[in-house]
Design a protein around this ligand. Sequence first.
Ligand SMILES: [Zn+2]
Length: 255
Amino acid sequence: MIDCHTHWGRAWTERDGLDPRRWLEPLTAHGVQRAMVMPEEGLLDAGRIGRDNDRVAAVCARSDGRMIPCCTVNLWMREEAARETRRCLGDLGMRGIKFHPWLQGGSVSSPLMDEVCELAAEYGVPVLFHDGTPPFCLPSQMALLARRHPGVQIVLGHSGLFEHWREAIAALKGTPNLWGCLCGPHVAAMREIVRQCDLSRLLWGTDHGYGLADVYQYRFPLMDTLRLSDAARQAIFDDNPARLLRGPASASKIR
Ligand SMILES: [Zn+2]
């Protein structure tokens, strides 16, 4: 099982330094083998991005391959954004790029975003977004970006949250390289997403690590209420994230 939406948050650094053992405990307890790990501090403060990317890479390197490191950059860094992306994907071997355009104050329509997507294509990694909050984080905005970059896998990290899940459904239906992570919408919305969207592009995530709480105790029962078929569970929890992480050759087999 792969959790496609987690963070290495400041609270963990303050308590555990660069030791991932306690962060991994709830995953082990709930049978989750691996997780895509995104920064937190770097999303909140552009000045700390380099240091936070280093930190996420270092923590994940101590996890026996269970934590898959993703970096972030801020578009206000201008040409430094592309340089930092290349450093993270090339030198540090990070496996995804996360943006929170609303928090980071940058539009997905920026030419620099296109440059970062070209680097994502070059390194074969997905670009993950916080979505579900205007003005910069609407699913349709990510869909437009995905259409400009058909070779890049773009992930809606929240599938529209509470208010924009209908828009997420429309965006997912019309964009074959757009993926939806079930992390945030309420149960009725998730039910509709599963019913209407291509099952081979749905993922699951928890936002574990934003704080110290064990969010799996909340997220798993929520998924259970969907009464997914065994095939759907297998796709969403295992097969889809594994395919996303293998890179463009497998991801593009999706129909
Ligand atoms: Zn998150």
